[in-house]
Ligand binder design. Structure first.
Ligand SMILES: Cc1cc2nc3c(=O)[nH]c(=O)nc-3n(C[C@H](O)[C@H](O)[C@H](O)COP(=O)(O)OP(=O)(O)OC[C@H]3O[C@@H](n4cnc5c(N)ncnc54)[C@H](O)[C@@H]3O)c2cc1C
Ligand SMILES: *[C@@H]1O[C@H](CO)[C@@H](O)[C@H](O)[C@H]1NC(C)=O
Ligand SMILES: *[C@@H]1O[C@H](CO)[C@@H](O)[C@H](O)[C@H]1NC(C)=O
Ligand SMILES: *[C@@H]1O[C@H](CO)[C@@H](O)[C@H](O)[C@H]1NC(C)=O
Ligand SMILES: *[C@@H]1O[C@H](CO)[C@@H](O)[C@H](O)[C@H]1NC(C)=O
Ligand SMILES: *[C@@H]1O[C@H](CO)[C@@H](O)[C@H](O)[C@H]1NC(C)=O
Ligand SMILES: *[C@@H]1O[C@H](CO)[C@@H](O)[C@H](O)[C@H]1NC(C)=O
Ligand SMILES: *[C@@H]1O[C@H](CO)[C@@H](O)[C@H](O)[C@H]1NC(C)=O
Ligand SMILES: *[C@@H]1O[C@H](CO)[C@@H](O)[C@H](O)[C@H]1NC(C)=O
Ligand SMILES: *[C@@H]1O[C@H](CO)[C@@H](O)[C@H](O)[C@H]1NC(C)=O
Length: 565
């Protein structure tokens, strides 16, 4: 519904400046890897790559930006036409090895477009040089061991949806998990290593490449729901769940990661391990909210399932305001009303446009809860210079909601955002400061990527920022630019995001935090803002499970890869 994000640009590639170091045994950090990329002297030679390709059944592919087929070296008119037809199609983009949802994270400051001439340049941008198009776990184990041994710059790509460029890697080796499909439904799942008397529960095991709409369709056939996002092509088993995962179910069932019972993961040593609260509580904690690909390559995740709701109740609101005082009135009333509306069980999404437009959802909601929760909105609709529509309706099931409302917005744009989770105190007591902020950044449209009071009951053994326990909404400011803007304009736009983050700090203070999956890619004090006081614990776990720091991504725990504006 709202400005979705992401993008970038230059990575200071680490030069081959130190001799190969030990790859085994405990290291006192910081351990400095060379992270060899294509073009560096330490990049393996052709024969070595060929031998590696043979060892993974020929599944190594040279990956290119999505419009490469429209330009000289790779030119093919028919294939180029497919690219033109599908440029903003999220199903097509997530099917491609080298395509990313936000063009910035694909091209950086390079150019490779569908509307330029065949002879126009097509740079490699931030697209990994080689990708392992994995079909089985052993492909991933081999890739991890090869990258570790050869000291390669390694990234993990699933859908390429990351708002922070975490699945991009200029001239890197990528492990591409998209083709690992599979769903296994369980009536009575018991995690490995659980005490004998542990009660089984309904669950589903999803392989690494599964995407939400496919799972929603299969769940509807099973007569259950799985706690997943408001999106069709977001991955079920990668960045979404390692970052937390908000959804329409959050008020009742918590974040997606709160619903995780078990994961299997290929570790930095290339071993395939089962993680849950019984086998390795610390490692499992880190995967649940610790973010990105810092912890290994997840092969499968097992989520609890839940009963179908008897129905879903929706509220749609739109307030158009004329004149700046009416705009402020709308913004203020909306912010203040979010505390009660989320406490009543509604989740939602909304944008501050000519006033405010939003959608609110409550599984099993009633007309009574609606009348009570939406009372401030009815009041707002009577204000002068405010034109309002407030609608309610009922849908029989989640899959009907998916058919009617799920879209994957902003695909093929350069949108990135800066955000904070807002507590009741901030929404009620800092309302004017937030509204001043909105009017001071007119070039950055604002809205809520998520509205909801998230059930914290099963949050204890997770690494998500504690601010989630007390927040009612995620406020985001989006920055975008035309693809053909010169580099200095892109840099200025990125610096604008940094200004927004600093302003958030000024308004909210040092206790403020955000949702790591929908955060500023250039967040200055990212450790504090992403994880608060959990960062130190996470860093210790990182040193234990990945002592040589193989798995890195932009602003991930323990990383030395930091994208600058
Ligand atoms: C259209 C759209 C809608 C969205 N809607 C929601 C929403 O409703 N709720 C919500 O919470 N978020 C939402 N998001 C944000 C989403 O959670 C993030 O973009 C998330 O990072 C996507 O994860 P991915 O695995 O699909 O993407 P990728 O970009 O492929 O991966 C993201 C990160 O996860 C890592 N990763 C991927 N797979 C693995 C793996 N198997 N093992 C280890 N690491 C892995 C990558 O290395 C990278 O660091 C939305 C994003 C988009 C673009
Ligand atoms: C890997 O091997 C397969 C099968 O032989 C081949 O088609 C593919 O082009 C090779 N990959 C690279 C990058 O050379
Ligand atoms: C994506 O790939 C799947 C599986 O190969 C295919 O069924 C689907 O049509 C593709 N989607 C697009 C838009 O290319
Ligand atoms: C909704 O009601 C159904 C039927 O009474 C029940 O099984 C389900 O648990 C409820 N779901 C939620 C999210 O409240
Ligand atoms: C209503 O809008 C008009 C025109 O923009 C403006 O002059 C007037 O001050 C506004 N009134 C209020 C109460 O905002
Ligand atoms: C709310 O009331 C309307 C009109 O009376 C009715 O059609 C609808 O089913 C009710 N919704 C719920 C969730 O009870
Ligand atoms: C608000 O404005 C938009 C665009 O101008 C219009 O489509 C919509 O109907 C208006 N809504 C209301 C409630 O006035
Ligand atoms: C919900 O909408 C229906 C019309 O679709 C209307 O009859 C009913 O009064 C509305 N209920 C509330 C609580 O607004
Ligand atoms: C708002 O601030 C007042 C005064 O500092 C405080 O008493 C109150 O608890 C705050 N509101 C919330 C919801 O925290
Ligand atoms: C080409 O498309 C890009 C968007 O992808 C746009 O920014 C640019 O202006 C277009 N150029 C031309 C010549 O149409």
């Amino acid at each position: 519904m709202v400005p979705k994000v992401a993008v970038i640009f230059f990575i200071g590639l680490i030069l081959c400046h130190r001799p190969n170091a030990h790859h085994h045994g405990p290291w006192s950090p910081p351990y400095e890897r060379r992270r060899c990329a294509f073009g560096n002297n330490c990049w393996p030679d052709h024969a070595t790559w060929t031998a590696f390709n043979d060892s993974i059944s020929g599944r190594l592919v040279r990956s290119f930006p999505s419009a490469a087929r429209c330009h000289e070296a790779q030119y093919d008119e028919q294939l180029c036409q497919i690219v033109r037809d599908n440029w903003d199609n999220s199903f097509w983009r997530t099917n491609q090895t080298g395509a990313y949802s936000a063009i910035l994270w694909e091209l950086g400051n390079d150019r490779c477009f569908i509307n330029s001439s065949v002879s126009a340049p097509c740079g490699q941008g931030l697209v990994p040089y080689y990708s392992v198009a994995a079909q089985e776990v052993s492909d991933i184990q081999a890739a991890v061991r090869f990258a570790n041994y050869k000291d390669l710059y390694l990234v993990v790509k699933n859908t390429g949806h990351s708002h922070l460029g975490r699945s991009s890697g200029k001239n890197a080796l990528s492990i591409w998990t998209h083709n690992l499909k599979g769903k296994q439904w369980h009536d009575s799942f018991v995690p490995v290593g659980a005490p004998r008397d542990t009660q089984g529960q309904g669950a589903v095991t999803l392989q690494a490449g599964e995407q939400w709409l496919d799972v929603y369709e299969a769940a509807a056939e099973q007569g259950v729901i799985v706690v997943g996002g408001n999106a069709r092509t977001v991955g079920t088993s990668g960045g979404y769940v390692t970052g937390g995962g908000h959804s329409a179910w959050a008020n009742k069932y918590g974040l997606a990661t709160d619903n995780l019972l078990e994961v299997t993961i290929v570790t930095a040593t290339g071993d395939h391990e089962i993680l849950n609260t019984f086998t390795d509580p610390g490692y499992f904690y880190a995967v649940r909210g610790g973010g990105g690909s810092a912890w290994g390559v997840i092969i499968s995740v097992t989520y609890k399932t839940h009963p179908n709701p008897s129905h879903l109740q929706l509220g749609l609101v739109q307030f158009n305001a004329t004149g700046s005082s009416a705009v402020r009135t709308v913004q203020s009333a909306v912010m203040k009303s979010l505390v009660d509306i989320t406490s009543a069980g509604y989740t939602g999404y909304g944008v501050f446009d000519q006033g405010f437009s939003g959608i609110f959802i409550q599984p099993n909601g009633t007309n009574e809860t609606f009348v009570e929760a939406f009372a401030p909105f009815y009041q707002l609709s009577t204000y002068p210079n405010v034109s309002a529509v407030i609608g309610n309706f009922t849908l029989p099931s989640w899959i009907d909601y998916c058919d009617a409302f799920l879209t994957d917005p902003n695909i093929g744009t350069n949108i990135q955002d800066a955000s904070r989770l807002l507590t009741a105190d901030i929404l009620l007591n800092k309302t004017d400061d937030l509204i001043d902020m909105i009017s001071d950044f007119p070039d950055a449209p604002s809205g809520f990527n998520f509205i909801g009071k998230v059930n914290p009951t099963n949050r204890a053994n997770t690494a998500v920022n504690s601010v989630w326990d007390f927040s009612h909404a995620l406020l985001s400011f989006g920055i975008d630019w035309a693809d053909d803007e010169p580099a200095h304009v892109k840099t200025e736009r990125k610096q604008r995001l940094v200004e927004i983050s600093r302003r958030f700090d000024a308004v909210i203070g040092p206790d403020g935090g955000t949702y790591i999956n929908e955060a500023n890619p250039y967040e200055p004090e990212w450790q504090r803002v992403f994880w608060g006081d959990k960062y130190e614990t996470l860093l210790k776990i990182k040193h234990r499970v990945d002592p040589t720091n193989l798995f890195v991504c932009n602003r991930c725990v323990g990383t030395d890869i930091i994208f600058e504006p």
